[in-house]
Design a protein around this ligand. Sequence first.
Ligand code: GLA
Length: 389
Amino acid sequence: MNIDKGKIMLTTKVIDAFDYYFNQKPEHLIKAPGSVNLIGEHTDYNQGFVFPCAIDFYTYVGITRRSDQSVKLVALDMDDQDYFSLTEPLTPHPTKTWVNYVKGVVNEMMKLGKEISGFNLVICGDIPQGAGLSSSASLEVAVAKAISKLHAFKLNKIKLAQIAQAAENNFAGCACGIMDQLISACGIKDHAIAIDCNTYKLTKVEFPQDLAIMMVDSNVKRGLVDSEYNQRREQCEQVADYFSIKSLRQLPLDIFKLEKHRIDPVLANRAQHVLEENQRVLAMIGALYVHDLPSISRLMAESHESLKTLFEVTIPEVDYLVKVISDELGQECGVRMTGGGFGGCVVVILPQDRVNDLIPIIKGKYKKKMGLDASIYLSTPAQGVAAVF
Ligand code: GLA
């Protein structure tokens, strides 16, 4: 058996911190993974298709019940603590985003009529933050699972993801879709998961063992992301309103094309991206299933181009990383931006045996051109949220 020392250290870190701050052992320890989206970007909140996998990087939370109605929080990676009371109405913290992920989950559970007792919670993790690898979603899912386990609530994984998403929407101010939370809850080891965000139907596709998933972080942190992201979402909703439909999912591409010239060009571009991206996800499911690397390469390239020119969420640093990698490996890899955009990571699907040679090339060229260090992470698809104990 492979014993991953890094993960054992995270477990120990939570246990030691519990002892230090609360003089007790955690009753439960939960881990929830981050994720990377292979294709299907800005489609989830349009009730479309996405194709992410969970990654082997996690948020860990330890929890114990308190005898009063207080909630005491310790975030080890932020070197920060916070406190709130369940007897007062919950409102978002004005400055501490990490607190709002926790408070938001508590608030959503209370809205469901769940009776929550006070608790102590310790948080730590190894998911790169602000890189588009869903560190916040994993925190929300881990907290939802921890509270649910502590109180023996009967909430399935999809419900946990919905609570986590609502927490982000209502307390963290980002009108995100369900993808990041759903894959953190429902990931399956060694599989990518195609999600129909209209029905929440999940389809697992085994990830070929001779291919690697590489994430290259541009290290450009996503500034202004929430306002830009929320604006993209509103633009998509405006097109749905124009066609008097619930979401862009209900709009066939050919009908859109007939009507396109009547719509504001920017809005039309946003919708065109979403409709074509949905089709690319469906094609990608087949391509990954039969291990068709040239098709994977083409679909990911088209996705990136569309996010750059139609949806306008890429930045020069990320475009450059995509170019360096595709110039190097051509049809032997798939590469595109991943996540919400405006910085963050590029995702690469490539043969395992090309990984070692590629890393120094990416780092060298990126540093020379952009003056920045690229951080590189590798992962196989991981299992979704689970209790360590
Ligand atoms: C962010 C959001 C997701 C999704 C992606 C874009 O990661 O959290 O819900 O919309 O952006 O695909």
